[in-house]
Design a protein around this ligand. Structure first.
Ligand code: GDP
Ligand code: MG
Length: 162
């Protein structure tokens, strides 16, 4: 079948917004508050002439106490089915404990990972993205899924490892 690119990360970091950006249409459900959606939604996608399967993840309830485990669990399932992972972090928040936990499981998986530092809506926020070098996943690609800024670069990087 087609190669699979899974989009993982904490709730509200902009995964579904980025998925819509990749699809070029509004299909993935974007929510202001992390809510209950399906755990994984699969879309046929195309970038730079390559066809692949894009997986949006989510599906956690608004249960702050359990959210860390839930994110890790979801990421684990998505990573297992993926050939490469697009890990989305909110650059305006910086790396959280949950992000660190996901990084550990990504590393264990041995799958290639491209790091999207999302919500970098302006050049002034580029330095926020740079703090994500600390995650040890290589270059953090500064992206604004909302405005489209940098989304081409991060996708080009993902296609190289997919
Ligand atoms: P998900 O839970 O990770 O799928 O996140 P969503 O895509 O549902 O987005 C969560 C919230 O963040 C929504 O209000 C989005 O409009 C907002 N958001 C997503 N990407 C960006 C971005 O690049 N910049 C800003 N400022 N907000 C964003
Ligand atoms: Mg979502």
């Amino acid at each position: 079948g087609l190669p699979v690119l899974a989009v993982v990360g904490r709730p509200n970091v902009g995964k579904s917004t980025l998925v819509n950006r990749i699809l070029g249409r509004r299909e993935a459900v974007v929510q202001d508050v992390p809510g209950v959606t399906r755990d994984r939604v699969t879309y046929p996608a195309e970038w730079a002439g390559r066809n692949f399967t894009l997986v949006d993840t989510g599906g956690w309830e608004v249960d702050v106490a359990g959210i860390d485990a839930r994110v890790a669990e979801q990421a684990e399932v998505a990573v297992r089915m993926a050939d490469a992972v697009l890990f989305v972090v909110d650059a305006t928040v910086g790396p959280t404990d949950t992000d660190e936990r996901v990084v550990k499981l990504l590393r264990r998986s041995g799958k290639p990972v491209v790091l999207a530092a999302n919500k970098v809506d302006s050049p002034m926020q580029e330095s926020d993205a740079a703090t994500l070098w600390a995650l040890g996943l290589g270059e953090p690609y500064a992206v604004s899924a909302l405005h489209g800024r940098g989304s081409g670069e991060v996708l080009d990087a993902a296609m190289k490892v997919l």
